[in-house]
Design a protein around this ligand. Structure first.
Ligand code: FE
Ligand code: ZN
Length: 512
């Protein structure tokens, strides 16, 4: 055999990888091999129209990622050796990391599993390769995030058992159920949900706040992870847009199916991001920008332009977009109020915003903060000063779809809790909104199976009926260490000691 051209250029290499290594099956039918490809009703007429957004060969990919990894771990080492945690703005910041570690990092793992799974489902070789590469990226993300945050676990509470908590703790069922919903959908819905709605439309609202939050608060480890993931994210966003355009261009019958998915995953994503809204407005000692501002820039402006562009395919903006836009003035305050009341059952601490912080909130939310939310915080603060820090010991009604307690208000009335319900096969189901109710009614058989934390507690499936037993035995939250008010907590005391005599204090967890 003679080798004609020993040195292939990158384009040829990629062609060999994605197309020439694929083959037409001879003794099995394509339908049997790619059994999931058509049950959602999506019609693909020509897989060769798939434009590969990555155009990376495996050897180039590994070489590039390895270089990034080397630099990243050199910084992690330096961070640990120099006790980088001492340079953060305030120990309250670490509570944002606790939320990220238990709520977001496990989603990277879910994304890895999801892309690995759908990478097997498509008969188009280009799509299979793109999914495979993203699966590997996502696996790298969960690993590097864990390593970035592991140093904090030596010095702060609440970070010791994130995977266990992700599967069990009440508020973590919000992110968990989001990804479980996507991973248990068909392959095209998964891509619409994660590649398009999450990675393309909403990702800036998740990663920019967390990574800028880290930068503004002196957390070099997390910032460096963010930079290292940035080029991956750019590829993921490209894939997200490519996927949607490809599906829409393939057949006009795909349009209404995709539109429904966009409506659904926009709303699910919006509900999930309420956790980020609270992080931005309340948990960062140095604020990056308000949730409201972030929503205006990253959704109203960027999303507006995107959906203008997609109009030529017959796609309109997500159905409940206007409700989400109206809610930007409220959700962070409503959610922080909820976590404040329920922090006996969380792995992070909560607190009343300082005077300066309240002034900032009034400025950022001139129409709503002073009118609706400041009085509530001032009332709780007065109680706290009398030694009666308020905790709510009832268990809330959860939404059957997004699993957030029904704590948000009607779009046009911030004094009225938004609640919907419907009957299905003789049982009544409850929702936080029309958006979630719609999602349920489209696929009730799926959502009647939701694992709702509060229901599970009441049914006796969580090691006990009282909150204390559930929290300590079932969640692995250490009572008095991980949970409750920040003021006076171990984290707070250790931080004060550290700042008082910086050079000598042993910040070891058990020394406190
Ligand atoms: Fe990722
Ligand atoms: Zn809901």
């Amino acid at each position: 055999m003679t080798v004609k051209n020993k040195k292939l250029n990158l384009k040829d290499k990629y062609q060999y990888l994605t197309r020439d290594m694929a083959w037409e099956p001879s003794y099995q039918s394509k339908k049997d091999i790619f059994a999931h490809e058509d049950f959602e009703g999506i019609k693909i007429t020509d897989w060769d129209k798939w434009e590969d957004p990555f155009r990376l060969t495996m050897d180039a990919y590994w070489k590039y990622q390895a270089e990034k990894e080397k630099k990243l771990y050199a910084i992690f080492d330096a961070f640990a050796q120099n006790n980088g945690h001492q340079n953060i703005t305030d120990a309250r910041y670490v509570n944002a990391l606790k939320l990220f570690l238990t709520g977001v990092s496990p989603l990277e793992y879910g994304a890895f599993q999801g892309y690995a799974k759908v990478g097997r489902q498509f008969s188009g070789a280009g799509a299979r390769t793109a999914c495979q590469m993203q699966a590997i990226d996502e696996l790298r993300h969960v690993q590097t995030q864990l390593h970035a945050m592991s140093h904090y676990n030596k010095h702060f509470n609440g970070l010791h058992d994130f995977a266990h908590m992700h599967d069990r703790v009440w508020f973590l069922s919000v992110p968990k159920s989001f990804f479980d919903d996507a991973r248990s959908a068909g392959p095209f819905e998964f891509l619409t949900a994660i590649s398009f709605s999450f990675e393309y439309v909403l990702t800036n609202l998740l990663f920019v706040p967390f990574m800028s939050g880290a930068a503004y608060n002196g957390d070099m480890a997390t910032v460096t992870f963010g930079f290292s993931a940035q080029s991956d994210e750019a590829r993921h966003m490209t894939l997200g847009l490519e996927v949607i355009k490809f599906i829409l261009e393939q057949h006009e019958d795909n349009v209404p199916i995709v539109q429904h998915w966009i409506d659904k995953w926009f709303w699910r994503g919006f509900r999930l991001l309420s956790l980020v809204s609270m992080m931005m407005d309340y948990m960062l000692p140095n604020k990056v920008m308000s949730w409201k501002q972030a929503w205006e820039v990253y959704y109203e402006e960027n999303g507006g332009a995107l959906f203008k562009d997609l109009a030529r395919y017959g796609i309109r903006p997500p159905k409940y977009q206007d409700e989400a836009n109206l809610a930007k003035d409220h959700i962070s305050h409503q959610l922080w109020s909820t976590f404040y009341q329920y922090s006996q059952a969380t792995n992070f601490h909560t607190w009343i915003p300082s005077e300066d912080e309240m002034a900032w909130l009034s400025e950022q939310y001139p129409d709503t903060f002073d009118k609706y939310y400041r009085p509530r915080f001032e009332h709780w603060q007065a109680l706290q000063e009398k030694g009666e820090r308020f905790y709510n010991n009832t268990l809330p009604q959860l939404c059957q779809v997004c699993q957030v307690p029904t704590l948000f208000t009607e779009a046009d009335d911030p004094t009225k809790i938004s609640h919907r319900s419907t009957e299905f096969q003789g049982e009544r189901y409850h929702f936080c909104s029309d958006g979630c109710c719609d999602i349920f009614q489209h696929e009730p058989e799926k959502y009647v199976q939701s694992w709702l934390p509060v229901h599970q507690i009441y049914q006796g499936n969580c090691e006990g009926g009282d909150v204390e037993t559930v929290v300590s035995k079932y969640y692995h939250i250490e009572i008095g260490k991980d949970n409750f008010e920040y003021l006076g907590s171990q984290d707070h005391q250790r931080w004060l000691a550290l700042k008082g005599k910086k050079s000598h204090v042993s910040a070891d967890k058990d020394a406190a």
